[in-house]
Design a protein around this ligand. Structure first.
Ligand code: GTP
Length: 597
């Protein structure tokens, strides 16, 4: 007898766990991510990397540890918690797409590194609000990396006169696991105890682990970091933000989490709406009882997501049910488990949670003027209701939830300046540039980092890392490749940055060949270079030309260095100043032990 032609019942898919790594600028997130990637063994890990700076340095620092560059999706020059919120959905979709087009490719877990200025709340919210994401991915845990040396300063910075808080506080508050990093920089037990108290004052339940992520022996074990199922909506609702899952229908004008005023319909709000685009889809379709039951029963899984988007509605509803259920479920068990540092369950059952969540997702917002409809909710610019397509038909009358707008932050004066320069840097000048800059501005420059090519060091590629006044620079894991363009890239992130001065200063650091007849020497004591004209005997401290290096600062968007910088070499112009000539002793000293560069 022929088998009946019956379509197999839709089975709930197992969801790929996602770990969010958060923590203030320079705390050690990328160091942690690199450790995870190096120690991942046979597990397939995809990375979503979000960088605030105008030049993406982390992409380069992380890529070396990935087996394939396809495992990395970068979200650049913005923050996933506000301006790039919509892009989170796209990033997850991209990971799925890459799995589909590469048969056999497995993604067992995803690690999302946020910017150091991100509020993790809206990112976490996306896992519950967007059915497309919720059907495929589950939030495994939020790990916050804390810089033991600077935490107190960052928390203090966050105390604004109006009593509002900053991202450093939010990051700690939302963490399931807190890695107290850089304990090597806080040797004094009393100072460390102060830092621990400051953390506990914000988050009483997260496990705190002291570590030194840049030292192999001082890192937390891998099994503490991934697949730990620590995230609990209950804890968030009870202990941090009772309105975590709320809509924000009452706000006409709000601020994004970086303090930028946002009018309804402007980019910031669209970004917010985007992250939760699928909400209406899930809300419109709703789970069947069976799907809800399946979702409640489904165990967390570490297997790959895989599969196409068609079953998103059913599966989305399933996860959404799980999320909503947890939101309303009895919590004492979770709280107890979390206080002891163990995983709480994320899938407690409570059927009232579903309707509660769906109610919050209903609203009405017309599409913006000039709106271009997308093919589906991932494409739609404004997440308008016409674009919520389920089973080929638009879903009318449903609207994504509007994430409660944050009004607690003031980072309006924080910006990033990215600078790129082709060629090589003059080591001495660059050191002086950084020294002068940090002696004046270390408090306001939260973070600087760069990839450098330094004159006199062959193919060694240097990585330069700065957190306030703590600066280190050393060789990158890989040298410059023979066919790689030598482009120096640096980025500064901080408060009240003077873009013009930073660019002009950097310009003077670029190595430019000396005009004919001139040689460079170094003062033995200070290592300061000076210049001697071997024909005329003229000597001076300043370079005998204007360093007309081609330095380009990015203009608000992350750009490819090769597209920005002109290729042809310009001739240096002459500029001499004998008024700044070095002393006779300096020249004599140099002559006895010249360092030609
Ligand atoms: N002393 C010390 N330095 C560390 C430790 N862990 C990381 N670092 C250094 O801290 C600097 C910043 O580390 P990253 O991992 O880039 O920090 P991040 O949080 O990713 O920085 P952003 O992405 O810019 O916010 C680097 O120079 C690291 O080598 C540590 O345990 N001790």
């Amino acid at each position: 007898m022929a088998a009946p032609n019956v379509a197999p019942a839709t089975r709930p898919r197992s969801k790929t766990p996602v770990t969010i790594i958060t923590g203030f600028l320079g705390a050690g997130k990328t160091t942690l991510l690199n450790y995870i990637l190096k120690e991942k063994g046979s597990r397939g890990i995809a990375v979503i990397e979000n960088e605030f700076g105008e030049v993406n340095i982390d992409r380069e620092l992380v890529a070396d540890n990935l087996l394939a560059k396809e495992d990395l999706v970068s979200l650049e020059n913005g923050c996933v918690c506000c301006s790039l919120r919509k892009d989170i959905v796209k990033a997850f979709a991209e990971i799925e797409r890459r799995q589909r087009v590469q048969p056999g490719k497995r993604v067992d877990a995803i690690v999302l590194e946020t910017t150091g200025l991100a509020d993790p709340a809206p990112v976490a919210f996306t896992f519950f609000a967007n059915p497309w994401i919720a059907s495929r991915f589950r939030l495994d845990s939020i790990i916050c990396v804390v810089d033991a040396r600077y935490l107190i300063q960052h928390l203090e910075d966050g105390k604004h006169p109006d009593g509002t808080v900053n991202e450093a506080v939010q990051q700690i508050a939302f963490a399931d696991l807190i890695l107290l990093n850089k304990v090597d920089l806080v040797r004094d037990e009393e100072a460390k105890e102060q830092v621990l108290s400051a953390i506990r004052a914000v988050n009483t339940s997260a496990r705190i682990v002291e570590c030194q992520l840049n030292q192999e022996a001082e890192r937390p074990p891998m099994d503490m970091l991934l697949f730990n199922n620590l995230f609990s909506v209950n804890r968030v609702l009870e202990q941090i933000d009772p309105q975590f899952l709320d809509s924000d229908s009452d706000s006409e004008t709000s601020e994004d989490s970086h303090g930028c005023a946002v009018q309804p319909g402007t980019l910031g709000e669209r970004g917010q709406a985007g992250a939760v685009a699928g909400g209406a889809t899930g809300g419109a379709v709703g789970p069947s009882d069976a799907a809800a039951a399946q979702a409640a029963a489904e165990p967390p899984s570490s297997s790959g997501a895989g599969g196409a988007a068609q079953d998103s509605a059913a599966a989305g509803a399933a996860q959404e049910t799980g999320a909503a259920q947890e939101g309303a479920a009895g919590t004492s068990q979770n709280a107890a488990a979390r206080t002891s540092g163990k995983a709480g369950t994320s899938h407690d059952a409570d059927s009232s949670g579903m309707s509660r969540l769906l109610r919050k997702y209903r609203g009405q917002n017309p599409p913006l003027a000039g709106h271009k409809h997308g093919r589906d909710e991932l494409d739609c610019e404004d997440n308008c209701e016409e674009c919520f397509i389920v089973d080929g038909a638009p879903i009318k009358g449903e609207r994504n939830p509007k994430r409660r707008a944050k009004r607690l932050h003031d980072l309006s004066d924080v910006s990033s300046v990215g600078i790129m320069a082709r060629g090589m840097l003059d080591e001495y000048r660059f050191n002086m540039y950084m020294r002068d800059l940090l002696s004046e501005k270390a408090k306001d420059i939260f973070r600087c980092k760069g990839i450098l090519s330094v004159h006199g060091y062959g193919s060694t590629k240097f990585v330069f890392q700065g957190v306030h006044e703590t600066i280190c620079y050393g060789p990158a894991e890989q040298p410059w490749k023979a066919d790689e363009q030598r482009i120096n890239q640096v980025v500064f992130i901080g408060r009240g940055l003077d873009r013009k001065a930073l660019i002009e200063g950097f310009r003077t650091c670029v190595w430019v060949d000396l005009p004919d007849g001139w040689d460079e020497y170094r003062d033995n004591a200070t290592k300061q270079p000076f210049y001697v004209n071997r024909n005329t005997g003229e000597k001076m401290w300043t370079r005998p030309e204007i360093a007309c290096a081609r330095v380009v600062a990015t203009q608000g968007a992350t750009q490819q260095p090769s597209k920005l910088l002109p290729k042809q070499k310009q001739q240096p112009q002459q500029q001499r100043s004998s008024a700044q000539a070095p002393s006779a002793q300096a020249v004599a000293a140099a002559a006895s032990e010249p360092v030609r560069v």
